[in-house]
Design a protein around this ligand. Structure first.
Ligand SMILES: [Zn+2]
Length: 234
């Protein structure tokens, strides 16, 4: 899960913006984070929706946070509806705008994202809760996977494209190829898949981090290895 930096409330004419409806924040969120789901990282061609970290409705809803910038991320229809109005205890999960979520999960070919190996048992529980909350653990063997939910399929597709790109770069290691691969990655989405496939190539990782707008730079060291996020829990 890509760690992101949402930044401060956007300004209009030097004045922090207020939103009459949460949907009005959509373009500002695209400008800061790109049109990718903040959880599954899928590129949403019609644009992901404004997602409330803490739900606005429901028994445990926070109506006072409905229009608050710091409570916004972007969500695809599947992450959005799986998370829905379920109660969110912030400390129970890792959050892409707070933590280095790239350290929390591992991505493997033909598998749903898993809790990363190096985590403590408590961190592992937090990572697993995050996957369950958003339904990122749903793959074809999962009892709750619906026919409509194509996240696993799109992620698998991204793996195929990223692996081909990796082989192409070995065959033709040129600056043009590197640039081309970044453009393809941005079109496909699933930033973590690209970061995983190119894990041994610091230059490509730097390019992915820089190209996917809003990626939290302070989550990486000079070699582009993930490091604990300042102020985060992982
Ligand atoms: Zn999603």
């Amino acid at each position: 899960m890509r760690p992101v930096h949402r930044g401060p409330v956007p300004e209009a004419g030097g004045i922090p913006r207020t939103y009459a409806a949460y949907g009005d924040a959509r373009d500002d969120l695209f400008a800061r984070l790109g049109d990718y789901c903040s959880y599954c990282e899928m590129r949403c061609h019609e644009g992901p929706a404004v997602e409330h970290v803490q739900p606005k409705r429901g028994k445990s809803g926070h109506p006072e946070l409905e229009l608050i910038w710091d409570n916004f991320l972007l969500g695809c229809p599947f992450c959005n509806s799986t998370k829905g109005d379920r109660q969110v205890v912030l400390s129970d999960c890792y959050w892409p705008d707070q933590d280095n979520t790239f350290r929390a999960f591992k991505y493997e070919l033909d598998r749903a994202p898993q809790a990363a190996d190096a985590l403590s048992p408590a961190q592992q529980a937090t990572a697993e809760k995050t996957l369950q909350l958003t339904g990122l653990d749903r793959e074809p063997t999962h009892p709750k996977l619906t026919r409509k939910d194509r996240r696993w399929f799109k992620r698998r597709e991204a793996w195929g494209i990223a692996l081909l790109a990796f082989h192409d770069l070995q065959k033709e290691p040129s600056e043009a190829m590197r640039r081309q691969i970044v453009n393809v990655a941005m079109g496909v989405g699933f930033w973590s898949v690209w970061m995983t496939v190119f894990a041994g190539d610091a230059d490509m990782k730097r390019r992915f981090v820089m190209a996917f707008i809003g990626t939290a730079l302070d989550c990486f060291d000079a070699e582009m290895n993930p490091v604990p996020r300042p102020g985060g829990r992982i």
